[in-house]
Design a protein around this ligand. Structure first.
Ligand code: GLA
Length: 383
């Protein structure tokens, strides 16, 4: 009987001792919210800024708080693009863009402007002659000359208006976006956009010169593109930049969009690219970082998940670890790392994932998840 009692008492003590351990084990697996963890921008202070692309609606509430805590630089996801700012000739709309500019000022954040010139999200009126005909269809050399002049005048007006408004507020200007196309039929890999067909490369020169004329002298001017790590695009971009610099065009940095994937491109290719441009005396910025879980090109090469397995987040974390190790090692050649979003609940990659898998699937490219909790990738880049 006594032995039985002793056993019971011992069992009770053991249970009591285990209880707190059980509770704390549970606590350890609770997800940690982005607002409860150490700031990313503080972690990388002295190396580079940490930025996020946003829509004005994301500046309030929890997203606004996360922006203030983790990011010290900001860029508009859409509202500063040509079609948003000057949808009709002479009718400028700065309402939405102003909200982002004000948020940056109030919170002492750097501001990137994206983008003054692009072949996409640009209103068609830019490329119509005085009679409303598409400039690219002109065959008469006189008309072609007139078109070129008109288009460059419109370009200068667009840029002047914006840069005069935001000149003392913007730190980095994406002056031109995506002017290289390795599949173009010319041998320099120049994108054969309407800009190019009508003006050759003069639109690039005029754009940079006009921004330089009106921008704050500390503001830096960037040429921005994707797949800047990948040959032959990297070399096409390098050759163009070198050529423009030789002509005195005021390019100060290369924006590497960095819409990348877990397994592509290689860290070595990125390093080579940053070093190539740094050797030309230019700054590098990572301007649109997201790390997709999926391959490219799409189907049948991949299928997208509806429920992402945990091991994918672990693989993504290793990728983020390698990326930020590289960025930090090259910190004197990279002044800013901007994510193309804040958290996994808002990313253009979800549309892409769905587009290529019959409307099914999600992507998850960032270090904060859809509920603003930190992911394994966060822990890799914060330590
Ligand atoms: C490009 C552009 C961005 C954005 C992304 C996709 O990278 O530079 O402005 O449109 O595509 O959303």
């Amino acid at each position: 009987m006594q032995r039985k009692l002793r056993k019971l008492i011992i069992a009770a003590i053991v249970i009591l001792l285990m209880l707190p351990t059980g509770i704390s084990a549970e606590e350890n697996t609770e997800p940690e919210h982005a607002l409860d963890v150490h700031s990313l921008s503080e972690r990388y202070e002295g190396s580079f800024d940490i930025g996020a692309a946003v829509e004005p609606a994301q500046l309030d509430g929890v997203q606004g708080e996360i922006l203030k805590r983790h990011y010290n630089s900001i860029v508009a996801e859409n509202v500063m693009k040509p079609i948003n700012i000057q949808p009709e000739e002479g009718k400028f709309d700065f309402e939405e863009a102003d909200k982002i500019v004000e948020f940056a000022e109030e919170n002492n954040m750097d501001l990137r402007f994206h983008t003054l010139v692009w072949h996409s999200q640009v209103p068609e009126w830019f490329f119509l002659d005085e009679k409303g005909n598409p400039m690219v269809e002109a065959t008469d050399p006189n008309q072609q000359r007139k078109n070129k002049k008109l288009l460059l005048t419109r370009l200068k007006k667009h840029i002047k208006k914006i840069v005069k408004r935001y000149g003392d507020k913007v730190d980095s200007w994406d002056v031109v976006n995506e002017v290289i196309d390795p599949n173009a039929s010319n041998d320099r890999g120049l994108r054969e956009s309407q800009w190019y067909q009508i003006t050759g490369t003069d639109y690039i020169k005029v754009a940079f010169e006009t921004v330089r004329k009106y921008a704050d002298e500390d503001a830096k001017l960037y040429i921005n593109d994707y797949n800047t790590e990948v040959e032959p695009k990297r070399t096409y971009l390098y050759n163009l930049v070198k050529d423009l610099l030789a002509q005195g065009v005021p390019i100060e940095g290369v924006g590497h969009q960095s819409h990348i994937q877990i397994g592509w491109p290689s860290i070595d290719d990125m390093e080579t690219s940053f070093n190539m441009f740094a050797e030309l005396g230019l700054d590098n910025q990572i301007t649109e970082l997201d790390v997709s879980l999926y391959g490219w090109p799409p189907r049948p090469a991949y299928e997208t998940y509806e429920d992402i397995p945990q091991e994918e987040f672990e693989r993504q974390a290793e990728r983020y670890d390698a990326l930020f190790e590289l960025y930090e090692r090259l910190g004197d050649k990279i002044s800013s790392v901007t994510f193309w979003g804040i958290a996994d609940n808002h990313t253009w990659l979800n549309d892409r994932a769905k587009d290529y898998n019959d409307g099914v699937g999600v992507d998850a490219p960032f270090v904060f998840d859809t509920d603003y909790n930190v992911k394994p990738a966060y822990w890799e880049i914060i330590d």
